[in-house]
Design a protein around this ligand. Structure first.
Ligand SMILES: C[S@@+](CC[C@H](N)C(=O)[O-])C[C@H]1O[C@@H](n2cnc3c(N)ncnc32)[C@H](O)[C@@H]1O
Length: 210
């Protein structure tokens, strides 16, 4: 049985604290699967859920998308908005404080809905995927990326392992009218603390019919 400290790490106060220090938490570079899948799409409107410090939002805005960055951390959103202003794309972006597990776009839709490494606890990504799919405009795309469990993560807590997923785990959550285009684990080389190793990005890309 895990203590509540492990599960608190997934909640908003922990993320607000993480984003309250001096340094950047993330690199600011766009996520590789976003660049791989979205570079070929015609820019329109995009929603990035779990937008963190705004790296993906800024990249999308630079490609010509009008982007909504959504996150439950007020500190993360404030950082992301400041980074977008500094990058000169503030006028292509808007920000929304929302918990992805209770997300309701109230009928609003976007041409692209994307999320990277959100990892709600207790295998919650399938339910979040269904909510996000409802916000995809007809003819639009849903891109969900996260960590696949692997031997590399063996030392992590039970809660963290349960928050990871395979792309195929999310397919049953897609509403009728969605065609899965990519359902795979993509190897990615990362360098951390002087060590280089491979991890897998679980990648689901689906298109909603017109
Ligand atoms: C691992 S970071 C990834 C940030 C960014 N997508 C990236 O790849 O650089 C996860 C982000 O999701 C946000 N987050 C986690 N759970 C969330 C939830 N239930 N609702 C909304 N945002 C959440 C956190 O505040 C954090 O900014």
């Amino acid at each position: 049985m895990e203590n509540s400290r492990a599960t608190e790490m997934f909640e908003q106060p922990a993320w607000d604290e993480r984003y309250s220090g001096d340094g950047k938490v993330w690199s600011g570079d766009p996520n590789p699967q976003l660049v791989a899948e979205v570079s070929g799409l015609e820019p329109g409107t995009a929603l990035d859920v779990g937008s963190g410090e705004g790296g993906d939002v800024i990249w999308l805005a630079r490609q010509g998308w009008r982007v909504t960055g959504a996150d439950f951390s007020a500190n993360g959103l404030a950082r992301a908005a400041a980074h977008a202003e500094a990058a000169g794309v503030g006028d292509h972006t808007e920000w929304w404080q929302v918990d992805a597990r209770e997300f309701d776009a109230d009928g609003r839709t976007w041409d692209l809905v994307t999320t990277h490494f959100l990892h709600p606890p207790d295998a919650g990504m399938a339910a979040v995927t269904a909510r996000l799919a409802a916000a995809v405009a007809p003819g639009g795309h849903l891109l969900v990326v996260g960590h696949a469990p692997s031997g590399r993560h063996a030392q992590m807590s039970e809660s963290h392992l349960r928050a990871m997923f395979l792309a195929a785990d999310l397919v049953p959550a897609l509403p009728e009218g969605f065609e899965p285009l990519v359902v795979e684990q993509r190897p990615r080389t990362v360098s951390r603390d002087g060590e280089t190793f491979e991890i897998d990005d679980s990648t689901l890309l689906a298109r909603r019919a017109l």
